[in-house]
Write a protein that binds this ligand. Structure first.
Ligand code: VG1
Ligand code: CO
Length: 543
């Protein structure tokens, strides 16, 4: 087995977005496409000689083939060892945990997360750093530069490695260790939460329905919820990962997890419903007859985390991505916690977590996490909810009602316009950007603009600056609209409009969200001219 060197040339567009490089699967399967990007990662991190990596993915179509290519390329570039999840599977948080537990030099996660999978859908690759977190911008910038300069890549000519059997084998000079994808992660969860209290709650009749959406969390949720904690058999549904996620979008929101929503809104609903996404880092929480928006979930977790062993000493501080609702800020203020506002994408939380400034953070897109790993973590969030409910004995609905009574409510919704013509979307954002300086003090459909700007972030730990992170317009009284273009889509542009309005009037707390936001929704359209500019009269997805 000798390494071969293959001549290649740069392929345009190999630029990681919000979370790794995502493209159509067929693009990834084109000659040299995957190889160029993987070699560029090696080149950007100073080579692989003597290094140890973690490798795994969410099991989507091409996951198994890509894993074999990546292993042969790691061996050809002198890696000492690659630790692979059995079957080349690892959820994103489990991969982050393995990188940390085994103190590796980083890892490759094969996933396009909530994007659908299959030969005509999406694939993705991302590199995580030795801290277990997504590569920050300076590292991805180096990768992009490497993709533009690449002339050759190195690969071993060899048969496939058997990834179905646990244990150590060799590929050329490199060790390949196949590990149980669930074991280390499950052990970590047991350390963080009061499993006895959750077990007792299930024993007393508490019911849960966890929809794994045919994606990676199935095996994790079955092992932890059913086999360890004693939730009834069948509590985990759609629990076997499939390469095309059963033909659906593995995106845990009321649209794509509609089956779960229907069950939870029916009379005989379980006490807690939850769902996770393609790679297991997102979570949706829904109580009996009560959907919990991700921003509210984050705020509830921040307010109650101290009830669980993981946070018994209290939280160090909290953080949210900029478009996430300010419900978290209300909790932080009342509890005297520092609250940071970062750009969209988990990579921006890494420094705050590493520096010990925060211990809990999240995004409106159903991502919640803590310092236990350096990724958002879907099942962890569900376990945190379960632990809190086991301590308080409250229902989800009661938890929400009490939370709003104590902190007030921020109504919140994200409206997505998918596969919009890229030029039109860019033109709309540009026109709005030009308008921002003149907005403060003006009145739009009865609301006065307090401030308007384009968000830029100065990382307080390493001083790096990230510009162009979304246009935001805030109104007197706590209303806010944020506009940004998605960095994870693979077709045209996806316009995300984040709409928020604050209320301290208890008589409004149980209002329906879209209704409560109707004024702000009209303002959002009026201000940016969404209908004229995109040709769409309604969003494709409302979360
Ligand atoms: C989206 C979400 C963002 C999240 C990112 C990756 O990005 O808005 O909050 O961090 O997906 O999540 P964008 O650029 O499309 O808005 V995942 O679960 O897809 O890795
Ligand atoms: Co994800």
């Amino acid at each position: 087995m000798t390494p071969t060197t293959v001549k290649t040339a740069p392929i345009p567009g190999q630029k990681p977005g919000t979370s790794g490089l995502r493209k159509k699967t067929r693009v990834f399967m084109e000659p040299h496409y995957l190889e160029n990007f993987i070699q560029s990662i090696w080149n950007a991190i100073g080579g692989l000689s003597g290094k140890t990596l973690v490798l795994g993915g969410d099991g989507r179509y091409f996951n198994d083939r890509a894993a074999q290519v990546i292993l042969r390329m790691a061996a050809a570039s002198g890696a000492a060892k690659v630790i692979v999840g059995q079957g080349a599977l690892l959820s994103t948080p489990a991969a982050s945990n393995l990188i940390r537990q085994r103190k590796t030099d980083g890892g490759i996660i094969m996933s396009a997360s909530h994007n659908p999978g299959g030969p005509d859908e999406d694939f993705g690759v991302k590199f995580n750093m030795p801290n277990g977190g997504p590569a920050p911008e300076d590292a991805t910038d180096r990768m992009v530069k490497a993709t533009q300069e690449i002339t050759e890549y190195h690969i071993l000519e060899a048969q496939d490695v058997d990834l179905s059997t646990l244990g150590v084998s060799t590929l050329g000079e490199m060790q390949v260790e196949v590990v149980d994808p669930v074991a280390d992660y499950a052990a970590l969860m047991e350390k963080l939460f009061d499993f006895n209290a959750i077990r007792a709650m299930f024993k007393a009749g508490f019911t849960v329905r966890f929809d794994a959406m045919h994606a990676i969390t199935g095996p994790y949720a079955t092992a932890i919820l059913e086999e360890t904690l004693g939730a009834a058999k069948g509590s985990v549904v759609n629990g076997v990962p499939s390469p095309d996620f059963g033909g659906g979008h593995p995106d845990p929101n009321p649209i794509w997890a509609k089956d779960l929503m229907d069950v939870m809104m029916a009379g005989s609903a379980p006490d807690l419903g939850a769902a996770s996404d393609g790679d297991g880092d997102r979570n949706m929480i829904v109580g009996r007859g009560c959907y919990v928006g991700p921003s509210d979930s984050l705020a509830v977790l921040a307010a109650n985390a101290h009830l669980t062993p993981a946070f018994s000493g209290g939280l160090k501080g909290v953080a949210r991505s900029m478009p996430t609702s300010r419900a978290l800020d209300r909790v932080a203020e009342k509890r005297g916690l520092d609250c940071y506002e970062t750009p969209t994408g988990w990579k921006f939380f890494g420094n705050l977590l590493d520096d010990g400034r925060i211990s809990l953070c999240g995004e409106e897109s159903a991502g919640t996490g803590s310092d236990h790993v350096r990724e958002k973590d879907g099942l962890w969030a569900v376990l945190l909810w379960l632990n809190i409910l086991a301590v308080t004995g409250k229902s989800v609905q009661q938890t929400m009602t009490d939370h709003w009574a104590e902190f007030g409510r921020n109504f919140y919704s994200r409206h997505d316009y998918e596969a919009v013509d890229t030029d039109r979307a860019n033109a709309m954002i540009e026109a709005l950007r030009a308008k921002l300086p003149k907005l403060p003090g003006t009145e739009i459909l009865g609301r006065t603009v307090e401030s308007a700007d384009e968000f830029a972030y100065d990382d307080p730990v390493d001083g790096s600056r990230s510009e162009g992170q979304g246009l935001r317009v805030s109104f007197n009284g706590g209303g806010r609209i944020v506009y940004r273009l998605s960095g994870t889509g693979t077709v045209g542009a996806t316009l995300r409009v984040y709409i928020e309005d604050a209320s301290d009037d208890p008589s409004t707390f149980l209002s329906e969200t879209q209704h409560a936001l109707s004024e702000m929704i009209s303002i959002a359209d009026h201000l940016a001219g969404i209908a004229e500019n995109t040709g769409r009269t309604a969003p494709d997805v409302r979360t």
